[in-house]
Design a protein around this ligand. Structure first.
Ligand code: ZN
Length: 400
């Protein structure tokens, strides 16, 4: 199978993760998919491939023992934003820059999706307008499987030892939760996940979640004067005391935010949920302090109300590691340059499994795979770009 055939096979399989699930992995389909990948690895001759009790797929391909062992990681699950799998993706050969009709209702064009302007002459794979493509991250898996097949078929080529891991539940933030450094057995690693083919990510958000429970005072509205404290009104006042421009819809690049994700309740009780994000660790700390400060201001103002703020750290910026040691980033940058590709360095406005893996002790930046507008019906991949990433990885493995 070529990269294209592999990709088309994988995206037809639904592997949606489910954040409300109580099992790990969160969906059975991921276990089935992992099982299939192990079978394929065995079929192409990778003997040392298996799925562990958590559903992670690990594989090893021997190489020159003097060289660093390089880990390649991609995630098996797809976003729950739209149903994927069980549909016919469409191939647009030699894209001409015109609008691409996905279905009667939906289409892709360069006005709404400017990234398409760079795809003229490329072969693209698009959705039917009603399904998630799932190139995030089946594109990463297809590239890694192609790499495995290539070195199994070309044993005479000298290369670094290869370590592979396919993780479950990345989209629900749990991809690294049962990741096992010993099973991985790599010196350095890269996640291949989403984004432009020449994109390298070694910075991501520091993240925390904040839950606020408000207890008001409920009395009959007819005799409420000077007694009632409406918990919902208080919740709105709380939100109004936050910097109004520091929200996702008004920030970009390195700008952090407070994001209200839930607000519900009644006169007596209100509940709010926020996610707090910032690339700068200190600025995230300030955001956390701000939440406590506002609670104090409101408690002083409404003495009979109760406000409880609970903050939990979610993940950290992997730049904490890379600012002191860029060698793993430089290796992949050089592999891009050797293929006449100028890499771009993009800070991720979100998290990545690679960040958690880096903090476990295995430095793991992310590289893009040629997958665009993911998590929805407008997702598409460029086969030409996937092939370029495949070449870059080969260069990395052979020149390290
Ligand atoms: Zn992804």
């Amino acid at each position: 199978m070529s990269i294209k055939e592999k990709f088309l096979k994988y995206v037809k399989i639904d592997t949606m993760s489910d954040e409300n699930s109580s099992t790990f992995p969160s969906s059975k389909s991921q276990l089935e998919f992992g099982k299939m990948l192990v079978k394929e690895l065995h079929e192409i001759g990778v003997k040392n491939a298996y799925q562990d009790e958590f559903g992670y797929v690990y594989a090893k391909i021997d190489g020159d023992k003097k060289l660093k062992k390089i880990g390649l990681i991609a995630h098996m699950d797809t976003s729950s934003s739209l149903q994927g799998g069980n549909f016919e993706p469409r191939i647009v050969e030699n894209y001409n820059g015109q609008e691409i009709k996905l279905s009667a209702e939906y289409s892709l064009d360069t006005n709404h999706f400017p990234s398409l302007k760079n795809q003229i002459g490329h072969d693209l794979i698009v959705t039917d307008g009603y399904h998630l493509l799932g190139g995030d991250d089946k594109a990463g898996i297809a590239i890694i499987m192609e790499i495995a097949q290539y070195y199994q078929n070309n044993t005479h080529i000298k290369h670094a030892p290869i370590r592979i891991c396919f993780t479950p539940d990345e989209e629900i933030g749990l991809g690294a939760s049962h990741f096992d450094l010993k099973k991985m057995d790599a010196d350095i690693a890269y996640t291949l996940d989403g984004g432009e083919y020449n994109e390298i990510n070694y910075e991501n958000f520091n993240a925390a979640s904040c839950k606020i429970n408000i207890k008001g005072v409920g009395v009959h509205p007819g005799s409420a004067k000077s007694i009632m404290v409406n918990a919902l009104t208080l919740a709105m006042e709380f939100n109004n005391l936050l910097p109004e421009n520091e929200v996702p819809e008004k920030t970009e690049k390195y700008e952090g935010f407070y994001h209200l994700t839930d607000l519900h309740g009644d006169v007596e009780n209100a509940f709010m949920s926020y996610i707090l994000r910032d690339h700068d660790e200190n600025k995230l700390e300030q955001k956390k302090l701000k939440m406590y400060e506002i609670a104090e201001i409101l408690k002083a103002k409404y003495k009979t109300a109760k406000i409880e703020v609970t903050i939990k750290d979610s993940y950290k910026n992997m730049y904490t590691y890379f600012k002191n040691d860029m060698s793993v980033v430089n290796l992949i940058s050089n592999a891009y340059k050797a293929n006449d590709i100028l890499p771009i360095y993009v800070p991720i406005r979100g998290g990545t499994d690679g960040a958690s893996i880096t903090f476990l002790g295995l430095p793991c930046p992310n590289i893009g795979v040629g997958d665009y507008s993911c998590h929805g019906r407008y997702e598409y991949v460029s086969l030409n770009e996937m092939n370029k990433v495949y070449e870059v990885i080969k260069t990395l493995l052979e020149t390290i």
